[in-house]
Write a protein of this length. Sequence first.
Length: 387
Amino acid sequence: MEQIIKLPQVDGSFFTHQLGEPASFELASHPFQSRIAFSAAHVVNNPFADVNPLSTPTIDWETTLQYRHHLWSLGLSVAEAMDTAQRGMGLNWEQAKELINRSVAEARAVGGRIACGAGTDHLAPAPDLTIADIEVAYEEQCSFIEGCGGQIIMMASRALAACAKGPEDYRRVYGNILRQVSSPVILHWLGDMFDPALQGYWGYVDVDRAMDVCLSIITEHATKVDGIKISLLDADKEIEMRRRLPDGVKMYTGDDFNYPELIKGDDQGYSHALLGIFDAIAPAAAAALQALDRGNLDYYNKILEKTVPLSRHIFSKPTFSYKTGIVFMAYLNGHQSHFKMIGGSESARSVIHLTKLFVLADQAGLLQDPPLAIKRMNQYLQLAGMK
């Protein structure tokens, strides 16, 4: 049966798009052997809550946790309460605590791996904020996560970026926290394309000088660092840093543009994964990683190469709006019944942007139920006044 939809263009006209068949991914039941793969997971808004959506995040807990079970069922690990979950961009620390507590319990019940974001986002912005205040904030969040039984992902701090006077302040804060944690953590270097408030992180705007500072901290505290996720959208910088990491410290790619080549690696090493795009392409990611385990690079490349145009579009500028595309994919594929986001972030991308996303997802074979995807796309366009 032909699956056809009329879609809008930027000039106000419409074009006809015929959907292909969804990809049939070869999935095994055993965990991945050659790579660790975290999917940063989104949260599902509760559309029935009668609150101010700009100030009061409300979560549909059942559907949110069901999606984490979906990721675990594919062999993926979950990175919880990260920027994909709109952390600091709709999701506050109070809601993040409940999300972490619930998700860690669900992970324990099914034997799924989980790591959770610890930051300083509960600090109220203030001109008199001190480095000591930032340390206390990190301590609170790290202690909460370890108390729940989760692994810590030490997220970059907007507050630290705002008040640090140079690299020594970063060495102090990270050193003090790493000396206190019970188990090795994953550090997170998030570039300013994802969050403009993080410009100059590690004490330098220049990436090479910032990398030197970060590596010096990791080297000094290597026994407390599981790995580092870097999200700079620069494959060469990631490879350079990967080759300079101390033995036993992993690189987790956060590069949603170049992930296939970085995960595949080269004769000097490879990156594990901690990616937002894996939320949107979970079945493809799982099938590709299982192919990599079997040494079938042709199948690995064939699967992931088709997903790259979609990922580059979802993460196009302004990059921090990528969460809208992630949630739209979940809506199109029936993982949630609506396209509403906490903080009203469904409005962060244009109709034309989401139309192109629809086409690219189809071309990658990622619209798992084409009739449902067409129905939901038409409903979205109708609501936008285009049908």
